[in-house]
Design a protein around this ligand. Structure first.
Ligand code: ADP
Ligand code: MG
Length: 226
């Protein structure tokens, strides 16, 4: 019965996700259909306008599908020991322009001789990108992000601490729920994907937050023992 229960649970999650995807893609599609029809009879000036709106809607669909595709396993699942600091450095580099443009300073603080973690490199990179991007987006007036990396027992633990707007206590349970977003242009898929990846890595991710003070994202991953 346990196996059956698990399968039913999986079906439910799949069903919820399918409903969400259908809904999120139908909206831009409906808009696209309408504007395509208008295009047929529009004058040159309006055509330009409609074209730009359609472009936005296409981008929206592309963004949603792009995030969902990360969930699909990579062709070759290649778990290998990697230095978590090297991955973090790469991600910080990747987001440095965005950070500078938003007056955000990212600081990485780690112990020496940190153990490696067994991971699918690109997937873990994706998690760090999602978490740090959210931290940047939570600080529209700028601020700091501190990333602490340590060893704790047989695990590598990372804390991503921001000085952003924070998350109200009653909203914390919704974090990681598919399509839960408070942003005008958000998809609400980044953390669902990240939670799934961390789980797949036998790790743990949790959120701690205080409105007006900031948010701490805690990620724990099994260390590769020497
Ligand atoms: P998106 O970024 O597209 O909204 P996510 O899944 O990445 O989707 O995040 C879901 C929601 O969680 C965000 O819309 C935001 O409300 C909240 N959130 C996530 N990280 C933070 C953070 N560091 N500070 C404040 N709110 C956050
Ligand atoms: Mg996000």
């Amino acid at each position: 019965t346990e196996e059956l229960l698990r399968k039913t649970e999986k079906l439910n999650v799949a069903g919820q996700l399918a409903a969400g995807i259908a809904h999120e893609i139908r909206n831009p599609l409906t808009a696209l259909k309408g504007f395509a029809k208008l295009m047929c009879t529009a004058n040159e000036e309006n055509k330009q306008r409609y074209y730009h709106i359609m472009q936005e809607e296409f981008n929206r669909i592309e963004l949603i599908l792009g995030e969902l595709l990360i969930l699909a396993k990579p062709q070759v699942v290649d778990y290998r020991p990697h230095d978590p600091l090297a991955i973090l450095d790469e991600v910080i580099q990747l987001l440095s322009t965005e950070a500078i443009l938003n007056n955000v300073i990212i600081e990485l603080k780690a112990i020496t001789e940190l153990p490696y973690v067994n991971c699918e490199r690109n997937q873990l990179k994706q998690v760090f990108v999602n978490v740090i991007k959210n931290a940047i987006e939570a600080m529209p007036k700028g601020g700091g992000i501190t990333i602490h990396v340590q060893k704790q027992g047989n695990s590598v633990v990372m804390d991503f601490i921001d000085q952003g707007q924070g998350i109200a206590e009653d909203r914390l349970p919704r974090i990681g729920e598919p399509f839960y977003t408070t942003k005008e242009k958000g998809t609400g898929l980044g953390l669902m994907v990240s939670f799934a990846i961390i789980e797949e890595h036998h790790g743990h991710i949790s959120y701690q937050s205080k409105v007006g003070v900031g948010t701490t994202v805690h990620i724990k991953l099994p260390a590769v023992l020497p």
